[in-house]
Design a binder for this molecule. Structure first.
Ligand SMILES: Cc1cc2nc3c(=O)[nH]c(=O)nc-3n(C[C@H](O)[C@H](O)[C@H](O)COP(=O)(O)OP(=O)(O)OC[C@H]3O[C@@H](n4cnc5c(N)ncnc54)[C@H](O)[C@@H]3O)c2cc1C
Length: 398
């Protein structure tokens, strides 16, 4: 047993970190998850997630949590309505039953077809709770923001912002896109994709954005204009989350000093940048219960590689950050957890370094394919004729 009597420290309690902890605990490993948040409620969890058959659902099954997952999915949440920038309804998945056989066979559209597949969708906060509840008590060490680590004996002395330290035989970075552990493994920097998303959340959306709330029918709305998109959907807690996505230069936000706490300024920015869009979209900005997060989209390069180490590795966005245009990131993080847990506990590898090396190679191959689809989708969703392309996939008879 590679992990016998070894202390495993997972940094970050996102999808990847929690799933890995669950799977390692099922194999009786000694594992703690160190999370910077003060507790499980402190941060608003982002977009709902649909789990894919070849990744996220495999992980839930492996973790013995598939029943719990299906008890908590939101059946209408994955259904899409597609509109143009003037809010004309072009396609309504709520009104149509779709089968795989309706898909068209233009291979250049394969990755966009992938996002049109109906899949079980769950609120991220609910999925996170399922994973948290599956762990043994005191597995998560909250208020533990990783700052640094140095070699000690065969493992690492890990330091946190609150002044505490901990010894671990094996450190696993699951601390997301801006991982602070990653530099101990790889020096490669992320590349800007050319697209920035602005994420907005409207609380109590039934009151604060009644038309948009009703229109979504509990599912997703995708609006495509020339090189710009708006996507939104509601969550089980009554909020509505939207994403304004457009091609803008990398440092545009910081150079223009856009204040994301000033809703009026963001509205003015929207009216300037989305000037061809009709005023029905203004409802997104009317509420005082509205919060924004800027999300410039970066990715790690296709051909990244690093020298495997015997006592530190990484999973999820820390290893293969990419934009969300193919809905792959969380699914990949969950699958990484399955494969790493398997490599570390299946007794097929002579030592930790060989096990980690096998895992990392497969992870990077998988991530490169997902990244290719993601970037292709990003281009297609922000193309001049994006609406026609997407419609031809959802409804090939048009
Ligand atoms: C708008 C948007 C929509 C998306 N939609 C989808 C989708 O539909 N499907 C999909 O599969 N993916 C989607 N993704 C991608 C997905 O969110 C990520 O790929 C996924 O969350 C990565 O999981 P992770 O566990 O690697 O990291 P994260 O989920 O980011 O978790 C990282 C954790 O580490 C903690 N942390 C960070 N720094 C430290 C530190 N220094 N010390 C301790 N803890 C730390 C964080 O607080 C967090 O809890 C979307 C992303 C965005 C932005």
């Amino acid at each position: 047993m590679l992990l016998q009597n070894k202390h495993v420290a997972i940094i970050g309690s996102g999808m990847g970190g929690l799933m890995l902890a669950r799977l390692l605990q099922l194999q009786n490993s000694i594992v703690k998850v160190y999370e910077r948040d003060l507790n499980s409620e402190v941060r608003v969890q982002g977009s709902p997630l649909d789990l894919h058959e070849d990744s996220g659902l495999i992980a839930m099954k492996q973790a013995d949590l598939l029943n719990e997952f299906y008890k908590n999915i939101r059946p209408n949440a994955s259904k899409a309505r597609i509109v143009d920038q003037n809010f004309n309804l072009k396609f309504d998945e709520h009104a149509i039953s779709k089968t795989g056989s309706e898909k068209i066979s233009d291979s250049s559209l394969d990755s966009l077809q992938d996002i049109s597949k109906p899949r079980p969708e769950i609120d991220r906060s609910v999925l996170r709770k399922i994973l948290l509840n599956s762990l043994s008590p005191d597995s998560i060490v909250w208020n533990s923001q990783f700052t640094a680590m140095e070699k000690e004996n065969e493992g690492w002395r890990v330091h946190f912002k609150n002044g505490t330290t901990f010894y671990a035989d094996l450190v696993i970075a699951a601390d997301g896109a801006n991982s602070k552990v990653r530099p101990y493994i790889s020096a490669e920097k992320p590349i800007y994709s050319g697209i920035t998303m602005i994420e907005g959340t409207i609380y109590n959306a039934k009151e604060n954005a009644p038309h948009l709330f009703e229109f979504s029918k509990g599912g997703k709305v995708l609006a495509l204009g020339k090189e710009q998109t708006i996507m939104y959907g509601t969550k089980g807690d009554g909020s509505l989350m939207f994403l304004l996505s457009s091609k803008i230069p990398e440092n545009w936000i910081s150079e223009n000093d856009l204040d994301f706490k000033n809703n009026q300024k963001i509205f003015e920015w929207f009216k300037e940048v989305y000037q061809d869009w009709n005023s029905e979209w203004d409802e997104l900005f009317k509420s005082s219960e509205l919060y924004f997060i800027p999300r410039p989209q970066y990715y790690f390069p296709f051909n990244q590689s690093w020298e495997t180490q015997e006592n530190v590795t990484m999973i999820g966005d820390a290893a293969h950050r990419m934009p969300p245009f193919a809905g792959k990131g969380a699914n990949l993080a969950l699958l990484d957890a399955v494969e790493l847990a398997d490599c570390l506990t299946n007794n097929e590898f002579p030592d930790m370094k060989t096990a980690i090396s096998y895992f990392e190679k497969r992870m990077l191959e998988r991530a490169a394919i997902a990244l290719e689809n993601t970037l292709k989708n990003g281009e297609q969703l922000h193309a001049e004729n994006a609406l026609e392309k997407l419609l031809s996939i959802f409804n090939p008879t048009i």
